[in-house]
Write a protein of this length. Structure first.
Length: 372
């Protein structure tokens, strides 16, 4: 982690981050298989949520089709492995290249012609849907019937081919989640991060100050796509099967963005907290239904919708910012999604109210005397 971000956080926050990481690293071999799968799911959504957060939370570019990069990364690495025997570690490089190319095309088309906001979000959905339809008819990777990787005994450990025991995938996704957190922190405290936030807060003002908004918005989209591609590689080799209808589906994109939205868009810890809350609550609901023998299709989507609505209504900036203040963690730039300019405006308004208070009180006293 960059020295600036690390030094600006409180000792309590630094200790908590290290304790959580160490606890997860130790817990992997100790928990049972079901609990391990839950931890893997939490870390996966924390990772892809952090990748999306760089694009939206830092730079303000809303993508609702991020499943596109998960799918492209997954299919690229899986096809190279299954058809040509390419190790997934090299397949990751190809997956990142494919996703960065796709992000560059989408970003250039959008930003070159000033497509932003809701229209940019719709463009990302459109590209994800086009790709889903294309892969439905792409027989080389199984088409709509699915693409399957060779499965080996889970007791084996083959690091080169990412085959074997779930602990391999647990430590892989833990490393990816930690690396994404550190990278986000470094970007947040760098010049690149300041340019991102300037574009997010006021793009016209940023351009007036000399920031090349097209270039830096492209950087944000490319970085986010590259990180998400690695999540796609993990998805392919962990689940061993790929179906276009599932991996490119709109619901996949929604699951990616829910963690940072619930946790806190634009914060570092928000995607991690949001992923933990969503996954644990979702699993609790599923287990509760199984216990009572109930089957309610679509309940998971309804549950996500209710959580999102409650979060927007009562904690519009996410769960993490108020929790961080209560716990005494850093509540600076890295934990306040509103931005520095908004906080300065709030401080100015508070100061103005304090300055005007004596004058307002004197006017009210004068009015009362006149009325008397």
């Amino acid at each position: 982690m960059s020295a600036g971000i690390w030094s600006r956080s409180t000792p309590r926050a630094r200790t908590a981050a290290l304790v959580v990481f160490a606890a997860l690293a130790v817990a992997g071999p100790l928990v049972e298989r079901y609990a391990l799968s839950i931890l893997i799911l939490i870390l996966f959504f924390a990772y892809v949520g952090q990748a999306w957060n760089i694009m939206m939370g830092f730079c303000g570019q809303l993508s609702l089709g991020h499943a596109l990069y998960v799918g492209l990364g997954a299919y690229t690495s899986a096809a190279l492995y299954q058809h040509f025997g390419v190790w997934p570690w090299f397949g990751m490089i190809a997956a990142v290249a494919v996703c960065v190319l796709a992000a560059t095309i989408i970003g250039w088309l959008a930003f070159r012609f000033s497509i932003s906001g809701t229209y940019f979000a719709l463009l990302t959905i459109a590209f994800a849907e086009f790709t889903r339809i294309g892969f439905d008819h792409f027989d080389w990777v199984g088409g709509s019937g699915g693409f399957f990787l060779t499965v080996v005994q889970q007791g084996e450990i083959d690091l080169l081919n990412l085959r074997g025991h779930p602990l391999i995938f647990f430590y892989l996704i833990l490393a990816l989640a930690a690396a994404a957190f550190v990278l986000s922190a470094v970007i947040r405290g760098s010049r690149l991060g300041f340019y991102f936030r300037a574009i997010r807060d006021n793009e016209d003002a940023a351009r007036a100050c000399g920031v090349n908004s097209l270039r830096y918005k492209l950087y944000a989209v490319q970085i986010s796509a590259a990180l998400t591609a690695l999540g796609g590689v993990f998805h392919a080799f962990y689940y061993n099967n790929l179906f276009p209808e599932q991996i490119f589906n709109m619901s996949g994109s929604i699951e990616i963005i829910l963690a940072p939205i619930i946790g806190g868009v634009g914060t570092l810890f928000g995607p991690v907290l949001g992923a933990a809350l969503l996954t644990l609550l979702s699993e609790a609901v599923t287990e509760g239904l199984n216990y009572f023998g109930l089957e309610l299709p679509g309940l998971k989507q309804i549950f996500y919708g209710v959580l999102l609505g409650l979060s927007i209504a009562f904690m519009p900036h996410g769960v993490w910012p108020p929790l961080a203040r209560r716990l005494g963690f850093a509540a600076g730039a890295s934990d306040d999604p509103r931005g520095e300019s908004t906080r300065r405006d709030d401080a100015a308004r508070d100061g103005k109210r304090r300055d005007d208070a004596p004058r307002d009180a004197a006017m009210r006293d004068g009015e009362r005397r006149d009325d008397a």
